[in-house]
Design a protein around this ligand. Structure first.
Ligand code: HEM
Ligand code: HEM
Length: 126
């Protein structure tokens, strides 16, 4: 899908805005209990999603595969749920969402590793 970089990077900005909102809330309230939730939201939602977008922009042949679209949905679902999942866990409201989400996050990274190695010529080429 040619618009994959747009979706990855576009959504990453929204994760950053929400994550910064939580960061400012933590700083203002002087209650840092949500630091881990904030960290995972920002690193998976903003940093990882933006990096995925840049990768697919650099290696368009990989972006054209159906697996890349599966990767997009796994990465998005994982980024969307790990922050809230960790937030629920650290505030004692249950670990189910964090557990399910961590499997999705891991699967998305395994799939990304496969995509990178399967399309290694795309990164090796000048
Ligand atoms: C408006 C912007 C932001 C504010 C106000 C903010 C605020 C905070 C606060 C108050 C903490 C808790 C610190 C502690 O308890 O030790 C924290 C932790 C953290 N933030 Fe942010 N943050 C912001 C943006 C970001 C961004 C953009 C990222 C990543 C790209 C990020 C990554 C992290 C990480 C990884 C931690 C955990 C650090 C640790 O474990 O010590 N933050 N942030
Ligand atoms: C399967 C996915 C993941 C799981 C289950 C997981 C789980 C955890 C746990 C249990 C902690 C300790 C939290 C605490 O002490 O409160 C932690 C800390 C941390 N993780 Fe992850 N993590 C995952 C993925 C990632 C990824 C992909 C990144 C970065 C791209 C990351 C960055 C961090 C950072 C910076 C911290 C320390 C920040 C903090 O807890 O305040 N994690 N993670």
């Amino acid at each position: 899908m040619r618009s994959l970089p747009y979706w990855f990077i576009g959504l990453s900005t929204l994760f950053a805005i929400v994550g910064m909102g939580v960061g400012i809330y933590m700083a203002a309230s002087q209650d840092h209990i949500l630091a881990s939730a904030h960290a995972h939201n920002n690193l998976l939602g903003f940093v990882a999603m933006a990096l995925y977008g840049l990768y697919y922009k650099a290696v368009p042949i990989a972006a054209r595969t159906r697996l890349a679209v599966v990767h997009f949905w796994l990465a998005f679902a994982g980024a969307l749920t790990l922050g809230p999942g960790v937030g629920l866990a650290v505030t004692g409201r249950g670990e189910t969402l964090a557990s399910l989400s961590s499997i999705i996050v891991l699967l998305s990274m395994v799939l990304f590793a496969y995509i990178v190695f399967a399309n290694r010529q795309g990164l090796k080429a000048e």
